[in-house]
Design a protein around this ligand. Structure first.
Ligand code: HEM
Length: 161
C-alpha cells in the first residue's frame, strides 16, 4: 500500500483514486447519454448505482490509507525531489478547492441517489420526482466532474511535476 503502481511515488490508494477519477466522467457521460438520448432509464439507474458504490468504496479505502501514511505530507515526503515552498503553497490551494468539490459531491450524490431510488418507480421512468431529480442530477454531475478535474490536478502537481 506504501507504493503506487503508476510509478510516481504516490501511494497505491492515491493511484487507484486517480484511475477512478479518470473513468468516472466518461461513465457519467455515457449514463447521461443512456437517459437523455436512448431513454434507457434502467441502464442509467444501474450505472449510477454502480458509480455510487465505486465512489464510496474508493473514498473509504483512500481515507484509511491517508491515516496509515500520516496524511498527504507523509505521501509527499516520498517524492525524490521535494516540492519548493511555492510549489507546496500552490499544491495546498488546489487541494483545498478539490476538497470543497469532493465533500459536496458525496452529499449531493447520496441525496440524488437515495431520493431517486425511493421516489422513482421500478423499473424507472419519468414521474413526479423527475423535475427535482433532473435539477439535483445535473448539479451532482457538474460537481463530480469538477471533483475529478481538481483531483487529477492534485495528483499531477503533487506527484508528476
Ligand atoms: C447520483 C446519481 C444520479 C445522477 C447524478 C443522475 C443524473 C440524472 C440527470 C442529470 C438526468 C437528466 C437528464 C436530462 O436532462 O434529460 C437524469 C434523468 C433521469 N434519471 Fe437519473 N441520476 C442519478 C441516479 C438515478 C437513479 C438511481 C435513478 C432510478 C432510480 C434515475 C432515474 C432517472 C430517470 C427516470 C430520469 C429521466 C427523468 C425524466 O426524463 O423525466 N437516476 N438523471
Amino acid at each position: 500500500m506504501k507504493t503506487g503502481f503508476l510509478g510516481n511515488n504516490a501511494s497505491f490508494m492515491l493511484d487507484l483514486v486517480a484511475c477512478a477519477l479518470a473513468v468516472v466522467v466518461p461513465l457519467l457521460v455515457y449514463s447521461l447519454y443512456l437517459v437523455k438520448v436512448r431513454r434507457n432509464y434502467t441502464g442509467h439507474r444501474n450505472l449510477q448505482v454502480l458509480l455510487g458504490v465505486v465512489l464510496l468504496v474508493t473514498v473509504g479505502m483512500f481515507e484509511v490509507d491517508m491515516r496509515l501514511q500520516q496524511g498527504i505530507s507523509g505521501i509527499l515526503a516520498k517524492r525524490p525531489v521535494p516540492l519548493t515552498a511555492g510549489q507546496r503553497l500552490f499544491f495546498d490551494r488546489i487541494l483545498a478547492v478539490h476538497l470543497v468539490f469532493a465533500i459536496s459531491t458525496v452529499f449531493l450524490w447520496a441525496t440524488t441517489l437515495s431520493l431517486a431510488l425511493r421516489r422513482m418507480p421500478a423499473p424507472p421512468g419519468p414521474c413526479p420526482h423527475s423535475p427535482l431529480h433532473k435539477w439535483l442530477g445535473w448539479i451532482a454531475a457538474i460537481d463530480i466532474t469538477l471533483t475529478a478535474i481538481t483531483g487529477l490536478m492534485v495528483y499531477y502537481f503533487g506527484f508528476i511535476v
